[in-house]
Ligand binder design. Sequence first.
Ligand code: XMP
Length: 215
Amino acid sequence: MRSGKKLIVALDIYDGSRAKEIALKIKDEIFAIKVNWPVVMANGSGIIKELSEIAPVLCDFKIADIPNTNRLITMKAKEEGAWGIISHSFTGTDSLEAVIAESKGKMKVFSVVTMSHPGYREFMEPLSERMIEASLRCGVDGFIVPGNDYSTIARVRKSAGDLLLAATGIGAQGGNAGKAVRAGADYVIVGRSIYQAESPLSAAREINMEISSEN
Ligand code: XMP
């Protein structure tokens, strides 16, 4: 297991000032900030740079397009100084390779091969192992794993070796941060349980206590 901070806060809010305010309050508790479309659509891609001044930023764009469009999205995230980017893998190796090539070792590329919501089982689950193998061949830096499904985390860890695993689905979706880390996750991604809390700082501290008490 890697040492260091493991908590990544997902700031899925429109209000950029509020996002920065929360990030500043909890910066000592977190490894990184994950941004998704809500905060980027409402504030523009410049919010990536602004938040990067507080902590490394992981762009959860779940890229799922043709190689050229994937490349353009990746280039923008890189220009704004993102630490990492999340891409789907079901669109095929050429699409994923475009993300990796454009990241050029400057951004970590995480591939989505499992998901934390029930609908994942409808179409993606049967293809999960093939998506893991293909992502490994392409040279991803890590995978997104479901923090509310510990056996799946352990399964992905077996295939992923030493690559990074980031678990979503903690708190609001039922997962426990400590259990996810014990199952093999390097990072836990938590959104609503932190940004909707009366005190985001206390919520983040509590999650970090969960992580250290379970290990
Ligand atoms: P909550 O509020 O549920 O936010 O703590 C979770 C954040 O993570 C994203 N998410 C996922 N991303 N695979 C992903 O790549 C997943 O299985 C997954 N589940 C949740 C979600 O969009 C939100 O930003």
